[in-house]
Design a protein around this ligand. Structure first.
Ligand code: F6P
Length: 340
């Protein structure tokens, strides 16, 4: 059996663990692999690389993806799906393992519906894919953000400043919620819940009045009520997403104006996606990779491997890509009890 593998969308610590997990368990069972480079661009343009035990040596601890990634969307290219079918036939690929987020797995579902044999693996630092309790990469990015917040506390305390930390999360505030709770933020602002600027200023003032410099963690997709601070680029990516960034800077200026406390902002950006994965993400990625190979071996196509509790299960791809898993109001309320 010959298995193709690709990684699509924004990269994520733990991708190499998945690749290694699938290749090592697959080759031990007699399968062989071909890597498609740079997401869906690989099977569209026939960009391949050798993928076997030698290529996956020493990659478990490496961030990024040895296969490369892109946000290429074959559904936006005329004849894209047929082009992929032709490439898979040319390379004698019996099944494809697609590792990605909602966009990549949405394409995987369409390919599977069109008769190609596809298994999905959920990936995103944002942790916003439905059907799985956690995606790998999330734990690493939360730890990176938490460490940044820990460092910002000491400098903010020294200068009696407000520090606003902008983290990733266009539609879901999981990274903000977890890193903010772990870093004892004075306020956490997420896309799921519009925030009121006066209320945030109030939390900062009460925090400062107790002698501690307030740290405000804001997800890039968070919105002030009335849309007053929204920051969007004119460009959309090929999956139609707006590019966001800059809310942290604007928020810091507003908080300074409203509280009279000197304020600064830090944009963590792609630092959150870089570098070595945590132990949690290495283990989850490895288990997902091995489970994806088992699904291929069982010819259980059209499924995605997922984490439920501590078990790895298989769910239909359609279940994973239908709706995003956002932060439930109850989870936000738990964190909010500690604001101010
Ligand atoms: O893929 C998820 C994500 O990390 C988002 O949180 C973020 O908005 C986006 O990727 C940034 O993507 P890019 O690499 O295209 O700048």
């Amino acid at each position: 059996m010959r298995i193709g593998m690709l990684t699509g969308g924004g990269d994520c610590p733990g991708l190499n663990a998945v690749i290694r997990g699938a290749v090592l368990s697959g080759t031990a069972a007699g399968a062989d692999f071909v890597g498609f480079r740079d997401g869906w661009r690989g099977p569209l343009d026939g960009l391949t690389m050798t993928l076997g035990p030698v290529e996956v040596r020493n990659i478990l601890e490496r961030g990024g993806t040895i296969l490369g990634s892109s946000r290429t969307n074959p559904l936006k290219i005329e004849g894209g799906l047929e082009q992929i079918r032709t490439t898979l036939l040319e390379h004698n690929v019996d099944a494809l393992i697609a590792i990605g987020g909602e966009d990549t797995l949405g394409v995987a579902e369409k390919l599977n519906d069109a008769g190609m044999a596809v298994v999905g693996v959920p990936k995103t630092i944002d942790n916003d894919l439905s059907g799985t309790d956690y995606t790998f990469g999330f734990d690493t990015s939360v730890n990176i953000a938490m460490e940044a917040i820990d460092r910002l506390h000491t400098t903010a305390d020294s200068h009696h400043r407000v520090l606003v930390v902008e983290v990733m999360g266009r539609h879901a505030g999981w990274i903000a919620l977890h890193s903010g709770m772990a870093g004892s933020a004075a306020a956490i602002l997420i896309p799921e819940q519009e925030f009121d600027l006066d209320e945030v200023a109030g939390w900062c003032r009460s925090h400062a009045s107790r002698g501690r410099a307030p740290i405000v963690v804001v997800a890039e997709g968070a919105q002030a009520s009335g849309g007053s601070l929204s920051v969007k680029d004119a460009d959309l990516d090929s999956f139609g997403h707006v590019r966001l960034s800059g809310i942290g800077e604007r928020l810091a200026a507003e908080l300074e104006r409203r509280t009279g406390i000197e304020s600064r902002s830090v944009l963590l950006g792609h630092l959150q996606r870089g570098g070595t994965p945590t132990a949690f993400d290495r283990v989850l990625g490895t288990r997902f990779g091995a489970a994806a190979f088992s699904a291929v071996q069982d010819r259980d196509f059209g499924c995605m491997v997922a984490l439920r509790g501590t078990d790895i299960v298989r769910i239909p791809l359609a279940e994973a890509v239908g709706t995003l898993k956002t932060v439930p109001p109850q989870r936000y309320a738990e964190a909010r009890a500690f604001f101010g």
